[in-house]
Design a protein around this ligand. Structure first.
Ligand code: NAD
Length: 347
């Protein structure tokens, strides 16, 4: 039996190893470090190939591919969105991803990305929050207390100085789960019975619900001046969270407009409604929050560059560690043209 050469072995990070790595680094620390990588990559936005992600819609949910490249590395994420899954004991969102070397085309990393997506989404939200939320923000309403919610709360604590979270979910069991998971994590946690109660006194409102419809998690009268809204759950055609009137009162910030206009809250607006791209805020070409009474809205859908940043972060983080396994996933014959001979010798 021929042994695969080292250059053909691809580092593979399993869910188990990802969890060990996260514990090794620390959840908040890792979110903060991934955010720094995302910020650095957003600041060199123009060096990336960009395309809206490629969806395969079905009545059950959506499966998406999210590719990008900076000319040296290529990355993609496979991700699904199936809001009905939790009622069957399955996750709404699962993902895995791959990084490759553009020069050879060989993969350089294969990794689980369900955990990593929660970290990178939280990292992106809090990074954007740092540019857009009031500097004195201390309370966040967390509406939708599912898989992403604890990561979001900890990211805003670590990066935006949030010390109190007010939780609301239509399913009280989800709120109880989130509250229990956040015990001892340095946040005051207040479970709420209504969304109106949850937003009381909150300077930041995060909506992270999953339902494939034009939902109205927030109505116009619920959003006061000065609030920053971090709207994550509306990320698919026909799936939004905010009443249109809120959009009309807000300054709207997005990742990649070409994708957000298809998938984000702004699908409810005219195609030429002005939005600001976050990479331009980060590079100083556009303004973020300009006054205390402004309502800022991050219409987040999740963009491929955030996954690329997270993948590159993981590739570096596992170097010299035991948090991965070498995976024999590339046929790499000694004579590159003798693929058949390699097969015959293996008999
Ligand atoms: P999840 O299914 O684990 O949790 C969603 C929660 O929302 C559930 O607890 C559900 O009871 C609650 N909910 C549904 N309708 C509600 C309502 N009207 N009011 C309050 N709560 C309500 O899903 P998740 O993994 O936490 O993801 C949440 C959403 O975020 C999904 O739609 C997902 O597609 C999206 N998402 C976006 C990004 C991004 O980058 N923008 C990344 C990951 C996930």
């Amino acid at each position: 039996m021929t042994q695969p050469s080292d250059k053909a072995l691809v580092p593979f990070v399993s869910v188990d190893n990802m969890m060990r790595l996260i514990h090794h680094i620390g959840v908040e620390q890792m979110i903060t470090q991934i955010a720094a990588q995302i910020e650095a990559d957003f600041k060199r936005w123009e060096s990336f190939d960009k395309t809206p992600r490629i969806p395969a819609h079905s009545p059950h949910g959506v499966i998406e591919l999210m590719p990008t490249s900076d000319g040296e590395a290529y990355g993609f994420k496979y991700v699904n969105g199936h809001p009905k899954n939790t009622s069957e004991g399955l996750q709404t969102v699962t993902a895995f991803g791959l990084l490759a070397d553009v020069y050879t085309g060989y993969p350089t990393l294969l990794t689980e990305m369900t955990m990593l997506t929660a970290l990178r989404t939280a990292a992106t939200s809090a990074l954007v929050g740092r540019y857009l939320a009031s500097k004195s923000a201390s309370t966040m309403a967390m509406i939708g207390n599912g898989a992403q919610s604890e990561f979001q709360c900890l990211a805003f604590k670590a990066m935006c100085g949030i010390d109190t979270v007010r939780l609301y979910d239509t399913d009280p069991n989800a709120t109880a789960k989130c509250a229990a998971n956040l015990q001892g994590k340095g946040l005051a946690v207040i479970p709420c019975k209504t969304p109106e109660d949850a937003i009381e006194g909150a300077q930041i409102i995060t909506t992270c619900t999953a339902d494939k419809k034009y939902a109205t998690i927030l109505t116009d009268n619920m959003v006061g001046p000065g609030v920053h809204i971090n709207a994550i759950g509306g990320d698919c055609p026909g799936k939004t969270e905010l009443h249109r009137d809120i959009l009309l009162r807000s300054d709207i910030f997005v990742e990649y407009p070409e994708q957000t206009r298809i998938e984000g809250e702004i699908q409810a607006l005219e195609a030429d409604h002005p939005v600001t791209e976050m990479w331009q805020v980060m590079t100083g070409q556009a303004k973020g929050r300009t006054d205390d009474r402004q309502i800022t809205l991050f219409d987040s859908v999740g963009f491929a560059i955030e996954d690329f940043s997270a993948l590159r972060y993981i590739k570096k983080a596992i170097e010299g560690t035991e948090f991965f396994e070498p995976l024999d996933m590339l046929a790499d014959p000694d004579d590159p043209r003798d693929l058949f001979g390699m097969l015959m010798r293996a008999e």
